[in-house]
Design a protein around this ligand. Structure first.
Ligand SMILES: C[S@@+](CC[C@H](N)C(=O)[O-])C[C@H]1O[C@@H](n2cnc3c(N)ncnc32)[C@H](O)[C@@H]1O
Length: 375
């Protein structure tokens, strides 16, 4: 008999990359976000039947159809090093507590919960914030296992993120656990969990070798800066990086991504030389956009990364619909979750858990929200 398809709820869904990573195997039944621009991208790709535009503060858990799997990528600004690190007590990352209120109001609890955020979640307030999050889930009878996954294993982008996967205590998941830390639990995870009891060490296979390099994803025909703008950018390359660039063998295609930063009061362009993009982020809050220095047979050129390149770096399919505005597309990709990372979790952890617990899309959803089932 074919296994029933789990239902999927995507809180803080943004432009829909989490749903994209889950929908090959799950039915998206509900999702939300406060940002109308990201909502437009979400709906263009996944339909508008199950998307709720508005603040989590106005959401009532009783209105949400039952989700076997619930995902929440709550805002990261107060947990990222670039932010002020106010942690889970601050207004944006503190929306975690609003999400928890909604979970408490949901009449049927999900089998699987996945929380995603920046690595700062593990260390904010000396680890106290992570302990509070862990405790909140334990008090609700979930076993809890954090992991750190860097998207570079799937796409040519350095993007380490924390994924906390919580599963209802009574479900037997022993076949998906290790006795101690594995590749999913590098030092920042080990440090965060050291004072905690009952941590679950989830086990997943390593991904296969990444198929594409950054050079492969580049649109070599995209328009580049005119000479004066390119020269201005080349003139602020960090001196040690300039030396490395000058030593490069010529006549080959190569790409060097970089961000402009202020060092000792001066603007410098800091480059990467490992054929990986730096972590994409939103330009909101003043962080700069990623530049690309390109080298081919005709010499050097420079430009901003294109929105399509950003989407490919997030593992979105080439057909994923973006906005016609550069900024809207770039910002939407900058705080999204990398699609094949979500897919890896779905395929190797969430589905086996759902299968083991014989979960189905409940009849309640099919009867009460037929439009959601159709979209
Ligand atoms: C880390 S991003 C999640 C991105 C999303 N998972 C994706 O893959 O595109 C956090 C999201 O929370 C949304 N957000 C911020 N405040 C919110 C609120 N009060 N209610 C609902 N969503 C909110 C932001 O618009 C943003 O899209």
């Amino acid at each position: 008999m074919k296994a029933p398809t789990p239902s999927f709820v995507d809180f803080f869904a943004g432009s829909g990359l989490v749903t994209q990573g889950a929908k090959h195997a799950c039915v998206p039944v509900w999702s939300n976000d406060i940002c109308p621009k990201k909502a437009a991208i979400y709906q263009a790709n996944h339909g508008d039947g199950h998307f709720h535009l508005g603040s989590i503060e106005q959401v009532r858990g009783t209105e949400i159809p039952m989700g076997d799997i619930v995902w929440a990528s709550f805002p990261c600004q107060d947990l990222s090093l670039a932010g002020k690190m106010g942690g889970l007590a601050a207004s944006r990352s503190g929306l975690f507590w609003e999400w928890l209120r909604v979970l408490d109001e949901m009449p049927e609890k999900p089998a699987v919960i996945a929380l995603e955020n920046v690595v700062g979640l593990l260390s904010a307030n000396g680890g106290e914030d992570f302990r509070l999050l862990y405790q909140a889930l334990r008090e609700r009878s979930y076993k809890v296992g954090p992991m750190l996954l860097d998207a570079r294993h799937w796409v040519p982008q350095s993007r380490p993120r924390v994924f906390v996967v919580a599963v209802q205590d009574h479900l037997d998941t022993s076949h998906l656990e290790d006795n101690g830390p594995n590749w999913l639990h590098p030092e920042p995870v080990r440090k965060a969990i050291a004072p905690l009891d009952d941590i679950v060490f989830w086990s997943m296979p390593r991904p296969r070798k990444r198929a594409k390099s950054l050079t492969d994803l580049i649109d070599w025909d995209a328009p580049v800066f005119e000479k004066a703008r390119a020269d201005a950018l080349f003139s602020i390359i960090a001196p040690s990086h300039r030396e490395l660039l000058d030593k490069l063998p010529r006549k080959q295609r190569a790409v060097f991504p970089g961000y402009r930063r202020t060092r000792h009061g001066k603007q410098v362009l800091e480059l990467r030389f490992d054929d990986l993009s730096g972590c994409l982020r939103t330009a909101e809050g003043g962080s700069s956009r990623q530049f690309l220095l390109l080298h081919d047979q005709s010499g050097w050129s420079a430009r901003l990364i294109t929105p399509r390149e950003a989407a490919l770096l997030m593992g979105a399919p080439r057909t994923y619909k973006l906005s016609t505005s550069y900024n809207e597309s770039y910002n939407a990709m900058g705080d999204a979750v990398v699609v094949p990372v979500v897919k890896h979790l779905v395929d190797h952890l969430f589905l086996p858990i759902c299968r083991a617990s014989q979960l189905a899309v409940p009849q309640l959803v099919a009867n009460k929200w037929p439009s959601m089932m159709a979209s």
